[in-house]
Design a protein around this ligand. Structure first.
Ligand SMILES: [Zn+2]
Length: 457
């Protein structure tokens, strides 16, 4: 489809700066699984793409779960005996145990201590803790802050509300020629944590923008929902749309300096699994392919046995494995423009594979066609009159040889070791020269892609 090509015309440095700037807008918002932080986040994303917002009332049953009460917070602090705020929500929203019930009390330090969470191994960092499904309250602070607390009476205040309200879902649907869908899913429930998951929100938003206004083979559905309960709620309310999902990707933790990790779908051999592996193999960055496990993000819900959707997950460092995970050190310095841009490029390249993957048939299958007579020993991309590179020639030979109507371009890329865009370029050229024809059923049941030979210069 040429998403990657279009992206690269802008330049990686400029894209990286744009991505990081948007991440900076999303970062300060205090998000949780419900509440105004989610709404503010979706409003910012709506500035880029027109989301549809759905509010699902508290108490709504969704499979084995129930939509929880809505949580909102205005302020929170701990005041020392001298009246000074020693822990202040206004300075960092991680300071409050997320979903803390309202409290205003004065109590001695020893009674407060069990409600204070720190990370002794990283004494300057503030942890991020939650208590969604058990009513509780508490504060998170750096270990140094805690050690500085002297005996005495402390005033604690959490000006929050936990009441009947709504769970807020955000969705962006882009129709393509086929009603078969590609799902891109990310989560909106984390407060000021940059890699997990402001980076995922940013990448999904820019990817949606990149797809907007294009002629698409597939229809695309972008989900911006709170993790777990949001995905469960969406799945429970959208059974019909679910049946149209052909490929899916959960995007998260895509801004840190680590190499890529792709976690396969439960199926393990879905086209998305192969497309992601194919792109990462040729992306020039370190990468690792991980087998499916029922632990992780929303792929757990999409890949539950009742759905068993072909949904994998693209990350850089894997959640929980980096020390900064769920701490104040996962900040805007921890995510980098170049890595965000590289992540968007990888996502675009994966969608290019899905959009362009199809089967051709060699119209001249008895022995090799005479390529020289058709000018196919000449380079298409290089200087006029230059020889086709070894790889270009090999790509043409592979496409001719494997195009028996049963091998897709992705099959050919995998078997030849040549990147998908090079194989696609060869197929476009051979199509233009009428040496191959398109097999319309495609490898995945979706309508065939548009044929717009990029070799037709
Ligand atoms: Zn997380």
């Amino acid at each position: 489809m040429g998403l990657l090509k279009d992206l690269d015309q802008t330049g990686v440095a400029e894209i990286g700066a744009d991505l990081h700037r948007f991440a900076g807008e999303l970062f300060p918002i205090c998000r949780s699984i419900t509440g105004d932080g989610v709404r503010q986040t979706l409003a910012l994303i709506q500035g880029k793409v027109p989301l549809r917002i759905t509010e699902v009332p508290t108490g709504t049953p969704v499979f084995d779960w129930t939509v929880p009460k809505e949580w909102n917070i205005r302020d929170a602090y701990i005041k020392a005996p001298d009246g000074k705020r020693v822990v202040d929500f206004q300075k960092c929203n991680l300071h409050v145990l997320s979903y803390s019930i309202p409290v205003h009390a004065t109590l001695p330090l020893r009674e407060l201590e069990p409600r204070l969470f720190t990370i002794p191994a990283h004494p300057d960092w503030i942890p991020n803790r939650t208590s969604y499904y058990k009513e509780d309250w508490g504060f998170c602070l750096s270990h140094h802050q805690k050690l500085a607390l002297k005996d005495g009476e402390y005033e604690v205040c959490i000006d929050s509300s936990l009441e009947d309200g709504h769970l807020t879902l955000g969705e962006y649907y882009l129709p393509g020629r086929s009603t078969d869908e590609v799902l891109i899913s990310t989560y909106t429930c984390h407060p000021s944590l940059a890699n997990d998951n402001v980076s995922g929100l940013t990448i999904a938003t820019f990817l949606a923008k990149l797809l907007s206004g294009r002629e698409l083979r597939y229809s695309y559905r972008f989900l911006f929902n709170p993790a777990t309960i949001g995905a469960i709620t969406w799945l429970a309310r959208n059974r019909e749309a679910v049946s149209r999902i052909r490929h899916g990707l959960v995007v998260t933790c895509l801004g840190d300096a680590g190499g890529f990790h792709y976690k396969k779908s439960r199926r393990g051999d879905a086209e998305i699994d192969r497309a992601a592996a194919q792109v990462l193999r040729h992306c020039g960055e370190h990468f690792e392919i991980l087998e499916y496990s029922p632990y992780g993000n929303d792929e757990r819900q999409y890949c539950s046995p009742g759905f068993n959707l072909p949904v994998g997950s693209l990350m850089r460092s894997v959640w929980e494995t980096f020390p900064e995970y769920h701490t104040s050190a996962d900040n805007l310095d921890f995510i980098r423009p170049a890595q965000l841009a590289g992540s968007l490029r990888a996502c675009a390249a994966i969608l290019d594979v899905l959009e362009d993957n199809c089967c051709y048939r060699n119209e001249n299958p008895y022995c090799e066609p005479q390529l020289g007579r058709r000018g196919l020993f000449r380079s298409t991309g290089g200087e006029a009159g230059g020889q086709a590179s070894g790889e270009e020639m090999m790509a043409r030979l592979w496409v001719l040889n494997l195009s028996d109507g049963n091998h897709s371009l992705l099959d050919i890329a995998e078997r030849s070791g040549i990147s998908f865009p090079k194989i696609k370029e060869a197929a476009d050229l051979l199509y233009e020269k009428k040496l191959v024809s398109l097999v319309t059923h495609g490898s995945d049941g979706a309508q065939a892609p548009l044929v717009a030979p990029s070799g037709a210069a």
